[in-house]
Design a protein around this ligand. Structure first.
Ligand code: NAD
Ligand code: WQD
Length: 339
């Protein structure tokens, strides 16, 4: 299959490209490198022994994207490209709405024009927002709490409308829970710019000595140790979830619109993660207990049964493996991809 992967040099995109190449798919990456590096391509080649085609372009650039669609006969689009920092989206909503909505619009226009039948879209558990019903099922209502989350929700609604009007197009919105970990080779992983917002990259940077101490945001939540509980999913399991979705659209032409959770179905607290990471890395992670972070919820984990039923996909890699692989990536690449 010929697959367009937007955002394919990013964290989740690069891991997905590796899995696609490893099973013989033809991959074309489009990325503007706004949050990634071009040497990711060489790392991908070192892992797979194959080089994906790469076009440096902004997905919103209709002309450039049209040239890509005209050159390749795509069977599917996997759309990772987007801006993803919750805090930044509150400060710069215009940037988030433009980048995250316009890119999907351009892709769908071109899919229509060039008869590309399927799009797999990176959605997020963030669309559920302030729900207190766990495990979270896909029919839970949208309760997003920030502009980033609303861009994901609007993309989902947009794709629903497109699919309803154009039966030749099907869309699968994959709602990721909390991806962590890295490829077992230690060659690709998450490389956030500046001080990380997310828990695992913060922990790995404390472990490597780049940051002094972790702040644990709140220990008075109604959870087993008072700290927030999340559904951490290994990025390689997540990547394989995309392959399962590709197989599903291949076998079910005109499958319509689907929203599907990708999570493990298990929740771990902040301190569970800190302790497991310390154990597997042999590194002490100094932490201080601080106030809750505004907008955080106590507990969030998936009901992953829809993905299992439809895609025959479930996660295989446990928290220990997630911590081992995050640590291998960070310790082999103390400055990330920067040379
Ligand atoms: P990432 O920032 O590592 O990857 C996104 C890639 O898209 C980057 O390489 C960036 O350069 C590129 N990009 C951004 N805007 C672009 C544009 N207009 N044109 C071309 N390229 C563009 O992020 P990630 O963690 O790999 O996330 C991938 C997707 O999954 C995003 O849509 C994100 O919102 C979603 N998601 C991520 C998480 C998470 O915790 N990482 C959770 C849920 C959903
Ligand atoms: C996890 C837990 C924090 C940092 C975010 C986005 C979501 C999705 C994934 C894209 C929480 C605690 C964190 C720290 C801490 N991204 N924490 N100290 O908030 O569940 O989800 O990333 O779609 O949209 O909101 O992930 O890793 O930031 O936090 O105590 O320095 O760790 O309070 O309980 P979150 P996270």
């Amino acid at each position: 299959m010929n697959i367009l992967v937007t955002g394919g040099t990013g964290y989740i995109g690069s891991h997905t490209v590796v899995e696609l190449l490893n099973r013989g798919e033809q991959v074309v990456i489009v990325d503007n490198l706004s949050n990634s590096y071009d040497n990711v391509i060489d790392r991908i080649e070192s892992i797979c022994g194959r080089h994906p085609d790469f076009v440096k372009a902004d997905v919103r650039d209709f002309k450039k994207m049209e040239a890509v669609f005209a050159q390749y006969d795509f069977d599917a689009v996997i759309h990772f490209a987007g801006s993803k920092a919750v805090g930044e989206s509150v400060a710069k909503p215009l940037l988030y709405y433009r980048n995250n909505l316009e890119s999907t619009w351009v892709l769908v226009e071109l899919m229509k024009k060039y008869n590309v039948p399927s799009i797999i879209f990176s959605s997020s558990a963030t669309v559920y927002g302030e729900t207190d019903l766990v495990p979270i099922k896909e029919d839970t209502e949208y309760r997003c709490t920030n502009p980033y989350g609303r861009t994901k929700m609007i993309n989902e609604l947009f794709l629903q409308d497109i699919v309803a009007a154009h039966p030749g197009i099907s869309a699968i919105c994959l709602r990721y829970f909390n991806p962590i970990g890295a490829h077992a080779s230690g060659l690709i992983g998450e490389d956030p710019q500046g001080i990380p917002n997310n828990l695992m990259p913060y922990i790995t940077q404390v472990a490597i000595g780049k940051l002094k101490m972790l702040s644990v945001f709140g220990n008075d939540y109604p959870t087993h140790d008072g700290t927030g509980v999340r559904d951490y999913i290994h990025v390689v399991d997540l990547a394989k979830g995309h392959l399962a979705a590709v197989d599903y659209v291949r076998q079910n032409q005109a499958s319509g619109f689907l929203a599907v959770n990708l999570g493990t179905g298990r929740g771990y607290s902040v301190l569970d993660l800190v302790h497991t990471f310390s154990r597997v890395s042999g590194k002490d992670i100094p932490y201080q207990l601080t106030e809750r972070r505004p907008g955080d919820i106590a507990t969030c984990y998936a009901d992953p049964s829809k993905a299992k039923e439809l895609f025959c996909w479930e996660t295989k890699l446990d928290l220990q493996k997630m911590c081992e692989d995050s640590w291998r990536w960070q310790s082999k690449n103390p400055t990330g991809y920067k040379r």
